[in-house]
Design a protein around this ligand. Structure first.
Ligand SMILES: [Zn+2]
Length: 60
């Protein structure tokens, strides 16, 4: 479809999937098993391994 008409309302990026726009994640989630842990300030989620399965966590 032509890119002239579509994106009138809403604006911004994506469709509101992310919580509260930009900001540090409050929790880290394991992409492997879905386990979540509280995010520790100063420690990127990617640096933390899931206590259940050992996969690196991701921020959510
Ligand atoms: Zn896990």
């Amino acid at each position: 479809m032509p890119a002239g008409q579509g994106r009138g309302r809403g604006g911004g990026m994506g469709k509101g999937g992310q919580r509260q726009g930009m900001g540090p994640p409050k929790e880290c989630k394991c992409p492997g098993c879905g386990h979540t842990i509280p995010h520790q300030p100063g420690q990127p989620c990617a640096n933390q391994a899931c206590p259940k399965c050992g996969t690196n966590m991701v921020g959510i």
